[in-house]
Design a protein around this ligand. Sequence first.
Ligand SMILES: [Zn+2]
Length: 286
Amino acid sequence: MRLGVDVGGTFVKFTDGENRWKERTPKTKEDLVSLISSVGKSLNVKSIGVAVAGLVNTKKGTVTESPNLKFLNGFPLKEELEKKLNVQVSIFNDATAAAYGEYKLGVGRGSSVFLCLTLGTGLGGGAVIEGAPLFGVSGTAMEVGHITVEVNGWPCHCGRKGCLEAYVSSYGLERFYFMETGECASSFEVIERAKNRETEALKSIDEMSDYLTVGIASLIHLFNPDVVAISGGIPASYPELLKTTEQKVKKRAFKQPASDFSLKLAELGEFSGAFGALLLTMYNSS
Ligand SMILES: [Zn+2]
């Protein structure tokens, strides 16, 4: 039995391949290790894949830097779990895992050059090329959210300025709305208002979409993909974003790669990372 785990800012998602469930994310690394190891013990698993929101070192099995899970910065998660469980543990970036999950079981099936963006609290990215997930040398490839789109732009949760994520994320959308109205509203509220055709909310989503367009056009110029998927709460609750962004990308990018690709909503919802982490344990051992 294998276990896939996806540690996010709010929930830890689990799957054993058939069932899926989630728990609130613990506040300390000790509690996180206890949670994962108790699930692992109760299911008598042989190997565990853990996806973490942030930069990880897949070779060492450590969490290097996680802007939204700061208590995990520098934590040797693989080693600590293996001490408790005596099973094989692998650590992955959550967006790489989500991309692999969508490639194997979701909207990326049959794609030869597949890219997947996760748009929620932050902006993550993953790629599966000819069936192979792109890890980079140590596991940090495809940090799409932290490519610079404005030299002295808005501050990003990572501490840098002008990252794509500073504009394309829940907090990016909230900033656009604040710039339009002077009012603080959550990204969820902005989307609800856009559904009710409020002009300022629609304008804010359109501005976020302009930055998403620039990011996707750059990815298309680099990778020439056939499918770009987007997962996460914002696109799931406002699918119009995909249609308008795809049209803008097709206008902005080179014609040939623009005509080769389509922008699609991910299919596994919030569990793509957990499924991907489970499947990647098999990829690693194959
Ligand atoms: Zn950043």
